[in-house]
Design a binder for this molecule. Structure first.
Ligand code: SIN
Length: 491
Protein backbone atom coordinates (compact mmCIF):
# COMPACT_ATOMS: atom_id res chain seq x y z
CA UNK A 1 0.00 0.00 0.00
CA UNK A 2 1.23 3.49 -0.58
CA UNK A 3 0.02 6.98 0.27
CA UNK A 4 -2.11 9.02 -2.10
CA UNK A 5 -4.20 12.19 -2.22
CA UNK A 6 -2.55 15.49 -1.35
CA UNK A 7 1.01 14.30 -0.61
CA UNK A 8 3.62 15.28 -3.21
CA UNK A 9 4.28 12.31 -5.52
CA UNK A 10 7.85 11.66 -4.35
CA UNK A 11 6.66 11.47 -0.72
CA UNK A 12 3.51 9.49 -1.46
CA UNK A 13 5.61 6.78 -3.13
CA UNK A 14 7.95 6.56 -0.14
CA UNK A 15 5.33 6.30 2.63
CA UNK A 16 4.22 2.83 3.66
CA UNK A 17 0.59 2.94 4.75
CA UNK A 18 0.13 -0.66 5.88
CA UNK A 19 0.83 -2.42 9.17
CA UNK A 20 4.35 -3.69 9.78
CA UNK A 21 4.06 -7.16 11.26
CA UNK A 22 6.94 -9.61 11.41
CA UNK A 23 8.97 -7.70 8.85
CA UNK A 24 6.17 -7.46 6.26
CA UNK A 25 3.94 -4.51 5.31
CA UNK A 26 0.37 -5.75 5.06
CA UNK A 27 -3.24 -4.50 5.11
CA UNK A 28 -5.34 -4.76 8.28
CA UNK A 29 -6.95 -8.17 8.76
CA UNK A 30 -10.42 -6.78 8.02
CA UNK A 31 -9.12 -4.54 5.18
CA UNK A 32 -10.20 -1.36 7.02
CA UNK A 33 -8.41 1.96 6.52
CA UNK A 34 -8.65 5.43 8.01
CA UNK A 35 -7.88 8.85 6.59
CA UNK A 36 -4.99 11.07 7.63
CA UNK A 37 -5.59 14.80 7.13
CA UNK A 38 -3.47 17.91 6.72
CA UNK A 39 -4.50 20.21 9.62
CA UNK A 40 -3.59 23.30 7.59
CA UNK A 41 -6.16 22.53 4.90
CA UNK A 42 -8.34 19.65 6.10
CA UNK A 43 -7.36 17.75 2.91
CA UNK A 44 -6.93 13.99 3.11
CA UNK A 45 -3.25 13.04 2.72
CA UNK A 46 -3.53 9.26 2.75
CA UNK A 47 -5.57 6.25 3.78
CA UNK A 48 -3.76 4.09 6.32
CA UNK A 49 -4.43 0.47 7.31
CA UNK A 50 -6.57 0.42 10.45
CA UNK A 51 -5.30 -2.32 12.77
CA UNK A 52 -7.80 -4.24 14.86
CA UNK A 53 -7.24 -6.37 17.97
CA UNK A 54 -6.21 -9.44 15.90
CA UNK A 55 -3.56 -7.38 14.09
CA UNK A 56 -2.26 -6.09 17.41
CA UNK A 57 -1.94 -9.63 18.73
CA UNK A 58 -0.16 -10.71 15.51
CA UNK A 59 2.30 -7.88 16.06
CA UNK A 60 2.85 -8.95 19.67
CA UNK A 61 3.33 -12.57 18.55
CA UNK A 62 6.00 -11.38 16.09
CA UNK A 63 7.77 -9.32 18.75
CA UNK A 64 7.59 -12.21 21.20
CA UNK A 65 9.00 -14.61 18.58
CA UNK A 66 11.84 -12.20 17.71
CA UNK A 67 12.70 -11.49 21.35
CA UNK A 68 14.98 -14.48 22.09
CA UNK A 69 17.09 -13.89 18.97
CA UNK A 70 17.25 -10.13 19.48
CA UNK A 71 18.43 -10.28 23.08
CA UNK A 72 21.38 -12.44 22.02
CA UNK A 73 22.47 -10.12 19.18
CA UNK A 74 25.80 -8.66 20.28
CA UNK A 75 25.51 -5.17 21.81
CA UNK A 76 27.96 -3.90 19.20
CA UNK A 77 25.72 -5.18 16.40
CA UNK A 78 22.69 -3.53 17.99
CA UNK A 79 24.73 -0.33 18.29
CA UNK A 80 25.76 -0.46 14.64
CA UNK A 81 22.20 -1.02 13.49
CA UNK A 82 21.12 2.08 15.41
CA UNK A 83 24.06 4.08 14.10
CA UNK A 84 23.03 3.21 10.53
CA UNK A 85 19.45 4.25 11.27
CA UNK A 86 20.75 7.55 12.67
CA UNK A 87 22.72 8.20 9.46
CA UNK A 88 19.67 7.46 7.30
CA UNK A 89 17.42 9.72 9.37
CA UNK A 90 19.87 12.58 8.96
CA UNK A 91 20.20 11.91 5.22
CA UNK A 92 16.40 11.88 4.83
CA UNK A 93 15.73 14.98 6.92
CA UNK A 94 13.94 16.87 4.14
CA UNK A 95 11.45 14.06 3.33
CA UNK A 96 10.73 13.37 6.98
CA UNK A 97 10.33 17.05 7.82
CA UNK A 98 7.92 17.53 4.90
CA UNK A 99 5.81 14.63 6.20
CA UNK A 100 5.80 15.90 9.79
CA UNK A 101 4.58 19.26 8.51
CA UNK A 102 2.01 17.68 6.21
CA UNK A 103 0.34 15.50 8.84
CA UNK A 104 1.11 17.49 12.02
CA UNK A 105 1.09 21.08 10.77
CA UNK A 106 4.44 22.11 12.29
CA UNK A 107 6.38 24.94 10.64
CA UNK A 108 8.95 23.32 8.37
CA UNK A 109 11.95 24.66 10.32
CA UNK A 110 10.55 23.06 13.48
CA UNK A 111 9.97 19.80 11.62
CA UNK A 112 13.63 19.77 10.55
CA UNK A 113 14.59 20.40 14.17
CA UNK A 114 12.36 17.49 15.22
CA UNK A 115 14.13 15.13 12.81
CA UNK A 116 17.49 16.22 14.26
CA UNK A 117 16.14 15.69 17.80
CA UNK A 118 14.71 12.28 16.83
CA UNK A 119 17.96 11.19 15.19
CA UNK A 120 19.89 12.24 18.28
CA UNK A 121 18.00 9.69 20.41
CA UNK A 122 19.05 7.00 17.95
CA UNK A 123 22.68 8.14 18.02
CA UNK A 124 22.72 8.42 21.82
CA UNK A 125 21.33 4.89 22.29
CA UNK A 126 23.64 3.47 19.62
CA UNK A 127 26.37 4.68 21.98
CA UNK A 128 24.63 3.36 25.11
CA UNK A 129 23.99 -0.13 23.70
CA UNK A 130 27.59 -1.08 24.48
CA UNK A 131 27.53 0.55 27.94
CA UNK A 132 24.95 -1.51 29.79
CA UNK A 133 26.67 -2.08 33.09
CA UNK A 134 25.98 -4.60 35.82
CA UNK A 135 27.70 -4.65 39.19
CA UNK A 136 29.94 -6.89 41.22
CA UNK A 137 31.05 -6.50 44.83
CA UNK A 138 31.83 -8.38 47.97
CA UNK A 139 28.80 -8.62 50.26
CA UNK A 140 29.17 -6.38 53.35
CA UNK A 141 29.32 -9.53 55.50
CA UNK A 142 32.34 -10.71 53.46
CA UNK A 143 30.81 -14.17 53.09
CA UNK A 144 30.09 -14.06 49.35
CA UNK A 145 30.03 -12.02 46.18
CA UNK A 146 27.08 -10.10 44.82
CA UNK A 147 26.71 -9.86 41.08
CA UNK A 148 23.98 -7.88 39.32
CA UNK A 149 23.31 -8.89 35.72
CA UNK A 150 21.26 -6.71 33.37
CA UNK A 151 18.85 -8.15 30.87
CA UNK A 152 16.13 -6.84 28.55
CA UNK A 153 12.70 -6.67 30.12
CA UNK A 154 11.11 -8.31 27.05
CA UNK A 155 8.56 -7.34 24.39
CA UNK A 156 7.51 -3.72 24.79
CA UNK A 157 4.36 -1.90 23.65
CA UNK A 158 5.12 1.72 22.76
CA UNK A 159 2.25 4.18 22.41
CA UNK A 160 3.29 7.49 20.90
CA UNK A 161 1.60 10.88 20.45
CA UNK A 162 1.01 13.13 17.43
CA UNK A 163 2.88 16.22 18.63
CA UNK A 164 6.35 14.79 17.83
CA UNK A 165 5.53 12.00 15.38
CA UNK A 166 9.11 10.84 15.00
CA UNK A 167 11.00 12.07 18.09
CA UNK A 168 8.62 10.40 20.55
CA UNK A 169 9.06 7.15 18.62
CA UNK A 170 12.85 7.21 18.49
CA UNK A 171 12.92 8.19 22.19
CA UNK A 172 11.25 4.83 22.93
CA UNK A 173 12.33 2.53 20.08
CA UNK A 174 16.05 3.38 20.26
CA UNK A 175 16.58 2.54 23.96
CA UNK A 176 14.31 -0.51 23.65
CA UNK A 177 16.35 -1.92 20.75
CA UNK A 178 19.63 -0.97 22.42
CA UNK A 179 18.57 -2.85 25.56
CA UNK A 180 17.55 -5.92 23.53
CA UNK A 181 13.75 -5.55 23.56
CA UNK A 182 11.50 -6.26 20.57
CA UNK A 183 8.69 -3.75 20.15
CA UNK A 184 5.15 -3.11 18.97
CA UNK A 185 4.54 0.57 18.19
CA UNK A 186 1.12 2.18 18.10
CA UNK A 187 1.52 5.66 16.60
CA UNK A 188 -1.15 8.32 16.92
CA UNK A 189 -3.88 7.93 14.31
CA UNK A 190 -3.36 11.62 13.50
CA UNK A 191 0.28 11.22 12.42
CA UNK A 192 1.04 7.64 11.32
CA UNK A 193 2.83 8.52 8.06
CA UNK A 194 6.12 9.67 9.56
CA UNK A 195 6.15 6.54 11.72
CA UNK A 196 5.74 4.42 8.62
CA UNK A 197 8.84 5.90 6.99
CA UNK A 198 10.86 5.52 10.19
CA UNK A 199 9.73 1.90 10.61
CA UNK A 200 10.68 1.09 7.01
CA UNK A 201 14.15 2.56 7.58
CA UNK A 202 14.62 0.25 10.58
CA UNK A 203 13.09 -2.77 8.84
CA UNK A 204 15.29 -2.37 5.76
CA UNK A 205 18.39 -2.02 7.94
CA UNK A 206 17.50 -5.14 9.96
CA UNK A 207 16.97 -7.08 6.74
CA UNK A 208 20.22 -5.85 5.17
CA UNK A 209 22.11 -7.04 8.25
CA UNK A 210 20.22 -10.36 8.38
CA UNK A 211 18.86 -9.53 11.82
CA UNK A 212 15.34 -10.60 12.90
CA UNK A 213 12.91 -8.23 11.19
CA UNK A 214 10.08 -9.05 13.62
CA UNK A 215 11.87 -6.90 16.21
CA UNK A 216 9.96 -3.76 15.16
CA UNK A 217 6.21 -3.97 14.49
CA UNK A 218 3.87 -1.05 13.82
CA UNK A 219 0.08 -1.03 14.17
CA UNK A 220 -1.66 2.27 13.40
CA UNK A 221 -5.30 2.20 14.46
CA UNK A 222 -8.30 4.47 14.74
CA UNK A 223 -9.56 2.39 17.70
CA UNK A 224 -6.75 2.59 20.23
CA UNK A 225 -8.70 1.12 23.16
CA UNK A 226 -9.84 -1.97 21.24
CA UNK A 227 -6.29 -2.70 20.07
CA UNK A 228 -4.62 -1.95 23.38
CA UNK A 229 -6.82 -3.95 25.76
CA UNK A 230 -5.94 -7.47 24.50
CA UNK A 231 -2.25 -6.58 24.33
CA UNK A 232 -2.20 -5.45 27.95
CA UNK A 233 -4.03 -8.63 28.94
CA UNK A 234 -1.51 -10.85 27.12
CA UNK A 235 1.26 -12.26 29.33
CA UNK A 236 3.74 -12.18 26.42
CA UNK A 237 3.90 -8.41 26.81
CA UNK A 238 6.34 -7.24 29.51
CA UNK A 239 6.60 -3.50 29.14
CA UNK A 240 4.39 -0.52 28.35
CA UNK A 241 5.69 2.93 27.50
CA UNK A 242 3.21 5.72 26.84
CA UNK A 243 3.41 9.41 26.03
CA UNK A 244 0.12 11.27 26.17
CA UNK A 245 -2.49 12.63 28.55
CA UNK A 246 -2.70 11.80 32.25
CA UNK A 247 -6.30 10.73 31.71
CA UNK A 248 -5.35 8.05 29.15
CA UNK A 249 -2.25 7.17 31.19
CA UNK A 250 -4.48 6.29 34.15
CA UNK A 251 -6.56 3.92 31.99
CA UNK A 252 -3.41 2.28 30.62
CA UNK A 253 -1.94 1.87 34.10
CA UNK A 254 -5.08 0.02 35.15
CA UNK A 255 -4.69 -2.27 32.12
CA UNK A 256 -0.99 -2.75 32.81
CA UNK A 257 -1.78 -3.87 36.35
CA UNK A 258 -3.25 -7.15 35.04
CA UNK A 259 0.15 -8.58 34.19
CA UNK A 260 2.13 -6.23 36.44
CA UNK A 261 3.94 -4.66 33.47
CA UNK A 262 6.95 -2.42 33.77
CA UNK A 263 5.57 0.99 32.80
CA UNK A 264 6.99 4.32 31.67
CA UNK A 265 4.47 7.14 31.55
CA UNK A 266 5.21 10.56 30.13
CA UNK A 267 1.97 12.38 30.86
CA UNK A 268 0.50 15.85 30.96
CA UNK A 269 2.04 19.00 32.34
CA UNK A 270 1.04 22.43 33.57
CA UNK A 271 4.43 24.13 33.47
CA UNK A 272 4.93 27.31 35.48
CA UNK A 273 7.16 29.97 33.92
CA UNK A 274 8.41 32.12 36.81
CA UNK A 275 9.81 35.58 36.17
CA UNK A 276 11.33 37.11 39.32
CA UNK A 277 11.85 40.82 39.87
CA UNK A 278 15.62 40.46 39.35
CA UNK A 279 15.21 38.72 35.96
CA UNK A 280 16.65 39.89 32.67
CA UNK A 281 13.16 40.64 31.33
CA UNK A 282 13.97 40.77 27.57
CA UNK A 283 15.72 37.37 27.96
CA UNK A 284 12.66 36.07 29.83
CA UNK A 285 10.41 37.23 26.98
CA UNK A 286 12.61 35.42 24.47
CA UNK A 287 12.59 32.28 26.64
CA UNK A 288 8.82 32.56 27.06
CA UNK A 289 8.27 32.57 23.30
CA UNK A 290 10.46 29.46 22.98
CA UNK A 291 8.82 27.68 25.92
CA UNK A 292 5.29 28.50 24.75
CA UNK A 293 5.26 28.51 20.98
CA UNK A 294 7.13 25.33 19.97
CA UNK A 295 4.62 23.34 17.91
CA UNK A 296 2.05 26.12 18.48
CA UNK A 297 2.04 25.38 22.21
CA UNK A 298 1.28 21.69 21.69
CA UNK A 299 4.03 20.15 23.79
CA UNK A 300 3.91 18.62 27.27
CA UNK A 301 6.75 20.95 28.23
CA UNK A 302 5.01 24.09 26.96
CA UNK A 303 5.00 26.90 29.53
CA UNK A 304 1.38 26.96 30.62
CA UNK A 305 1.21 29.58 33.37
CA UNK A 306 3.31 32.76 33.31
CA UNK A 307 3.87 33.69 36.95
CA UNK A 308 5.45 37.12 36.96
CA UNK A 309 6.59 39.29 39.86
CA UNK A 310 4.35 42.37 40.08
CA UNK A 311 7.34 44.75 39.76
CA UNK A 312 8.23 43.41 36.27
CA UNK A 313 4.79 42.31 35.11
CA UNK A 314 4.09 45.37 32.93
CA UNK A 315 7.46 45.16 31.17
CA UNK A 316 7.20 41.39 30.66
CA UNK A 317 3.61 41.53 29.39
CA UNK A 318 4.39 44.36 26.96
CA UNK A 319 7.43 42.45 25.64
CA UNK A 320 5.49 39.19 25.25
CA UNK A 321 2.57 40.96 23.57
CA UNK A 322 4.91 42.54 21.05
CA UNK A 323 6.80 39.27 20.44
CA UNK A 324 3.57 37.27 19.92
CA UNK A 325 2.29 40.00 17.59
CA UNK A 326 5.35 39.50 15.37
CA UNK A 327 4.75 35.73 14.94
CA UNK A 328 3.46 34.60 11.56
CA UNK A 329 0.48 32.23 11.60
CA UNK A 330 0.10 30.06 8.52
CA UNK A 331 0.57 26.65 6.91
CA UNK A 332 3.73 24.93 8.16
CA UNK A 333 4.99 24.34 4.62
CA UNK A 334 5.38 28.10 4.08
CA UNK A 335 8.92 28.96 5.24
CA UNK A 336 7.68 32.34 6.57
CA UNK A 337 5.33 30.62 9.05
CA UNK A 338 6.37 30.55 12.70
CA UNK A 339 3.06 29.27 14.15
CA UNK A 340 1.28 26.44 12.35
CA UNK A 341 -2.25 25.10 12.82
CA UNK A 342 -3.35 23.11 15.84
CA UNK A 343 -3.57 19.41 15.19
CA UNK A 344 -7.31 19.31 14.47
CA UNK A 345 -10.44 21.41 14.47
CA UNK A 346 -11.58 20.27 17.89
CA UNK A 347 -8.22 21.32 19.39
CA UNK A 348 -8.65 24.86 18.04
CA UNK A 349 -12.26 24.97 19.26
CA UNK A 350 -11.13 23.88 22.75
CA UNK A 351 -8.45 26.59 22.92
CA UNK A 352 -11.07 29.18 21.88
CA UNK A 353 -13.30 27.94 24.72
CA UNK A 354 -10.50 28.18 27.30
CA UNK A 355 -9.73 31.77 26.24
CA UNK A 356 -13.40 32.74 26.31
CA UNK A 357 -13.80 31.30 29.81
CA UNK A 358 -10.80 33.36 31.02
CA UNK A 359 -12.17 36.53 29.41
CA UNK A 360 -15.62 35.90 30.93
CA UNK A 361 -13.83 35.67 34.28
CA UNK A 362 -12.24 39.11 33.84
CA UNK A 363 -9.02 38.44 31.87
CA UNK A 364 -7.86 40.96 29.25
CA UNK A 365 -6.53 39.93 25.82
CA UNK A 366 -3.45 42.00 24.91
CA UNK A 367 -2.83 40.25 21.57
CA UNK A 368 -4.63 37.53 19.59
CA UNK A 369 -7.66 35.98 21.24
CA UNK A 370 -9.28 34.71 18.05
CA UNK A 371 -9.01 32.43 15.04
CA UNK A 372 -7.99 33.70 11.61
CA UNK A 373 -10.69 33.24 8.97
CA UNK A 374 -10.30 30.56 6.30
CA UNK A 375 -9.64 26.82 6.37
CA UNK A 376 -7.40 24.98 8.84
CA UNK A 377 -7.37 24.62 12.62
CA UNK A 378 -5.48 27.84 13.40
CA UNK A 379 -5.51 29.93 16.58
CA UNK A 380 -3.66 33.22 16.95
CA UNK A 381 -0.87 33.64 19.53
CA UNK A 382 -2.60 35.13 22.55
CA UNK A 383 -1.55 36.84 25.76
CA UNK A 384 -4.04 37.10 28.64
CA UNK A 385 -3.51 39.34 31.66
CA UNK A 386 -5.46 39.64 34.90
CA UNK A 387 -6.28 35.94 34.73
CA UNK A 388 -8.10 34.48 37.69
CA UNK A 389 -5.87 31.70 39.15
CA UNK A 390 -8.95 29.43 39.09
CA UNK A 391 -9.48 29.87 35.33
CA UNK A 392 -9.18 26.83 33.04
CA UNK A 393 -6.32 28.62 31.25
CA UNK A 394 -4.31 28.31 34.48
CA UNK A 395 -5.58 24.99 35.83
CA UNK A 396 -5.62 22.95 32.59
CA UNK A 397 -2.90 22.15 30.09
CA UNK A 398 -3.83 24.60 27.31
CA UNK A 399 -2.02 22.81 24.43
CA UNK A 400 -2.26 25.88 22.25
CA UNK A 401 -0.58 29.28 21.64
CA UNK A 402 -2.05 31.03 24.68
CA UNK A 403 -0.06 32.62 27.52
CA UNK A 404 -2.00 33.51 30.69
CA UNK A 405 -0.09 35.93 32.95
CA UNK A 406 -0.64 35.82 36.73
CA UNK A 407 1.29 38.11 39.09
CA UNK A 408 2.90 37.36 42.46
CA UNK A 409 4.56 39.44 45.16
CA UNK A 410 7.18 37.27 46.87
CA UNK A 411 9.36 34.26 46.11
CA UNK A 412 7.28 32.06 48.42
CA UNK A 413 4.06 33.16 46.78
CA UNK A 414 5.50 32.50 43.31
CA UNK A 415 6.62 29.01 44.33
CA UNK A 416 3.30 28.25 46.01
CA UNK A 417 1.49 29.22 42.83
CA UNK A 418 3.94 27.16 40.75
CA UNK A 419 3.30 24.09 42.92
CA UNK A 420 -0.46 24.50 43.14
CA UNK A 421 -1.15 21.82 40.53
CA UNK A 422 -1.33 18.02 40.37
CA UNK A 423 1.23 18.08 37.56
CA UNK A 424 5.00 18.36 37.71
CA UNK A 425 6.72 17.83 34.38
CA UNK A 426 8.82 20.94 33.94
CA UNK A 427 9.21 24.43 35.43
CA UNK A 428 11.01 27.46 34.04
CA UNK A 429 12.44 30.30 36.10
CA UNK A 430 14.17 33.55 35.22
CA UNK A 431 16.32 35.21 37.90
CA UNK A 432 19.82 36.68 38.08
CA UNK A 433 20.26 35.44 41.66
CA UNK A 434 22.12 32.11 41.72
CA UNK A 435 20.95 31.25 45.23
CA UNK A 436 17.36 31.86 44.24
CA UNK A 437 17.83 29.78 41.09
CA UNK A 438 18.94 26.82 43.22
CA UNK A 439 16.14 27.39 45.75
CA UNK A 440 13.65 27.22 42.89
CA UNK A 441 15.22 24.08 41.41
CA UNK A 442 15.11 22.43 44.85
CA UNK A 443 11.58 23.50 45.82
CA UNK A 444 9.57 23.44 42.62
CA UNK A 445 7.53 20.26 42.01
CA UNK A 446 8.92 19.29 38.61
CA UNK A 447 11.02 16.56 37.04
CA UNK A 448 12.88 19.15 34.94
CA UNK A 449 13.77 22.78 35.53
CA UNK A 450 14.88 25.34 32.95
CA UNK A 451 16.84 28.12 34.64
CA UNK A 452 17.07 31.22 32.45
CA UNK A 453 16.22 28.90 29.54
CA UNK A 454 12.98 28.27 27.70
CA UNK A 455 14.02 24.88 26.40
CA UNK A 456 15.18 21.82 28.36
CA UNK A 457 14.72 18.91 25.95
CA UNK A 458 17.86 17.01 25.01
CA UNK A 459 18.27 13.37 23.98
CA UNK A 460 21.10 12.96 26.48
CA UNK A 461 19.11 14.24 29.48
CA UNK A 462 16.53 12.43 31.66
CA UNK A 463 13.11 13.69 30.53
CA UNK A 464 10.12 13.01 32.77
CA UNK A 465 7.89 14.27 35.51
CA UNK A 466 6.77 13.99 39.11
CA UNK A 467 3.23 13.89 40.58
CA UNK A 468 0.64 13.15 37.88
CA UNK A 469 3.05 14.01 35.07
CA UNK A 470 4.44 10.54 34.91
CA UNK A 471 6.58 7.62 35.92
CA UNK A 472 10.11 6.98 34.74
CA UNK A 473 12.50 8.90 32.53
CA UNK A 474 13.26 8.92 28.81
CA UNK A 475 16.54 10.00 27.26
CA UNK A 476 20.00 10.01 28.74
CA UNK A 477 21.46 7.17 30.78
CA UNK A 478 18.11 6.74 32.56
CA UNK A 479 16.16 6.06 29.35
CA UNK A 480 17.68 2.64 28.71
CA UNK A 481 17.13 1.55 32.32
CA UNK A 482 13.39 1.56 31.58
CA UNK A 483 13.96 -1.43 29.27
CA UNK A 484 16.32 -3.40 31.51
CA UNK A 485 15.87 -5.47 34.60
CA UNK A 486 18.43 -6.49 37.19
CA UNK A 487 19.13 -10.06 38.17
CA UNK A 488 20.99 -10.40 41.44
CA UNK A 489 23.26 -13.40 41.70
CA UNK A 490 24.76 -14.41 45.06
CA UNK A 491 27.95 -16.41 44.68
C1 SIN B 1 6.31 16.19 24.59
O1 SIN B 1 5.67 17.19 24.34
O2 SIN B 1 5.76 15.17 25.02
C2 SIN B 1 7.79 16.10 24.37
C3 SIN B 1 8.47 17.38 24.15
C4 SIN B 1 9.98 17.25 24.10
O3 SIN B 1 10.55 16.16 24.09
O4 SIN B 1 10.62 18.28 24.06
Amino acid sequence: MSAAHALPRHLADAVPTGLLVDGEWRPAAGGATFAVEDPATGQVLAEVADAGPADGLDALAAAHAAQPAWRTVAPRERAELLRAVFETLVARTEDLAALITAEGGKPIAESRAEVAYAAEFVRWYSEQAVRINGLTRTAPSGTNRQIVLRRPVGPAFLITPWNFPIAMITRKVAPALAAGCAVVVKPSELTPLTTGVFAEIVRAELERRELPTGVVNVVPTSAAGALTEPLLADPRLRKLSFTGSTEVGRVLLRGAAQNVLRTSMELGGNAPFLVFDDADVPAAVEGAVAAKMRNSGQTCVAANRFLVHERVAAEFTAGLTEAFGRLVVGPGADPATTVGPLIEERAAARVAEVVQQAVDGGARVTVGGDRPSGPGSFYRPTVLTGVDPGARAVREEIFGPVAPVVTFGSEDEGLDLANSTDFGLVAYAYTRDVDRAFRVAERVDAGMVGLNRGMVSDASAPFGGVKQSGIGREGGEAGIEEYLESVYVAL
